[in-house]
Every structure is written in C-alpha cells, then in structure tokens.
Design a binder for this molecule. Structure first.
Ligand SMILES: Cc1cc2nc3c(=O)[nH]c(=O)nc-3n(C[C@H](O)[C@H](O)[C@H](O)COP(=O)(O)O)c2cc1C
Length: 219
C-alpha cells in the first residue's frame, strides 16, 4: 500500500469487530507514527492506550457521566458559519440516512452518538494528551501525529475513528487517569478491525474540490 492508497482508503470506522489488537501491533503503529513532524520537534503528545478491563472501565465511566460536559475548549466554534455549517449538517444527515434513523427519531440519533463512548465496539481506545499550556500550533502538530497513526493502522489492516466526542468526558477521564493538572485529554480514537458488513462503514464523506480551497499563484 502506498501513501496515496492509505490516504484514500482511510475512513472513519464506526463499527468494529471485537477481535483484539495485540499490544505488539499497537506498539508498531506508534513506533511508525512517532516520526510525524512537529514544530521545533516538540513532539507535544502523549498517548494513553486502553484495552480489556481498562477499556471497559473507561466505557463504564463515560456511561456514568453521560452526556458529559463541554469545557472551555469546545469541539466547534459557536454558531458555525458557511460552508462549515452545511458540511457538518450533511455529514450527520448522510450518516443517519445510512442507518435509517430519521430526524424525528431523536432517541435513535442519541443512541448512535452514545456509541462513541463504547469506541464503536473497538477493542482498543486511544486518548491523546497534551499540556494545557501548549498553543494552537502544538494542537495542530498533535493532529499530524493522530493522522499518522490512522494511516499506519490502515496499512496494517486496522481501522480507526478519531473521537472528539470524548472531549465531553475530559474531567472524569483526567481524574480516572490521574493526569497532572498541567495536562488534558484532547481527543480519543477507536482502533480495531472494521466490521466491513456494517452499513455505517460504507459512509464516504464529501470533500471540497481542490479549486474550492486552493489558490495557485505564480505557476
Ligand atoms: C479530530 C477529529 C475528531 C473526530 N471526532 C469524531 C467523533 O467524536 N465521532 C465520530 O463519529 N467521528 C469523529 N470524527 C470523524 C469525522 O467526522 C470524519 O473524519 C469526517 O467526517 C471525514 O470522514 P472520514 O474520516 O470518513 O474520511 C473526528 C475526526 C477528527 C479528525
């Protein structure tokens, strides 16, 4: 698999098989992803990986704290504007259409959202930790690291779903993992083998064409 194939075949997996992911395989993925770039080579990331009883404990913790709370670093800016608002809306509608959960079925949509807090059935959950004092640059660099993990996972036949949903659980997770006050969880990630027969995994989200986001000067 080359880089282009990995980029194009990585999609968010929202239904996993329960098959375990060996620690050695996860270590291999992290060992590759650590070559992600970061400004000043700060490598401003830490990872907490959970499986087995540790994963189950986190899932139970989330269940006990539903729906969680948004802190001072919300996932999206308030009153999202165009074209971002429509893109977000379209993604949700496409997802719920695939799953046949109409807008009126609020409970059904909430139950689907709650699947985030079971890692969509994945046997492994990753949490990305960053120092609170880090700025927007370092958050961006952490994102590069996360994408590197996702691509290394695809190459090894594994699926991922990045999960900012876990941002709603930052406070209980920080207590659970006994994080120092200087650190916070940015995001979660589900990791495992995709349940390929599940319709949710057929979702292919839209992308803007190159000319919508790029300008070319001086060519
Ligand atoms: C940082 C980040 C956080 C995300 N959080 C969630 C999440 O909490 N739940 C979820 O179902 N998808 C989540 N996603 C997946 C996005 O919805 C998805 O990447 C986007 O719609 C593009 O689709 P694709 O990943 O299938 O290409 C997240 C993606 C990123 C990059």
């Amino acid at each position: 698999m080359n880089v282009t194939e990995a980029l194009k075949s990585r999609i968010s997996i929202r239904a996993f098989k329960p098959d375990p992911v060996p620690e050695a395989l996860l270590r291999e993925i992290l060992d590759v992803a650590r070559f992600a770039p970061s400004g000043g080579n700060l490598q401003p990331w830490k990872v907490i990986a959970v499986a087995g009883a540790e994963r189950d404990a986190v899932v139970a913790l989330a269940k006990a704290n539903l729906p969680g709370t948004e802190d001072d670093r919300p996932v999206y800016p308030a009153n999202l504007w165009e074209p971002y608002r429509s893109r977000r809306y379209k993604l949700g509608e496409d997802l719920y259409a695939l799953l046949d959960i109409p807008r009126e079925n609020k409970a059904g949509r909430l139950m689907q959202l709650a699947q985030n807090f079971e890692f969509f059935g994945a046997p492994v959950g990753l949490f990305f930790v960053i120092e609170k004092a880090m700025g927007h640059g370092q958050w961006a660099h952490l994102g590069m690291f996360m994408q590197s993990i996702a691509l290394a996972a695809v190459e090894r036949g594994l699926g991922t779903c990045m999960q900012e949903a876990w941002a709603r659980m930052r406070a209980p997770l920080a207590t659970h993992f006994a994080l120092p006050a200087s650190e916070m969880i940015y995001c979660g990630m589900a990791l495992g083998y995709a349940d390929v027969g599940n319709p949710v995994n057929t979702l292919r989200s839209d992308r803007a064409e190159v000319d919508e986001f790029a300008t070319f000067r001086g060519f």
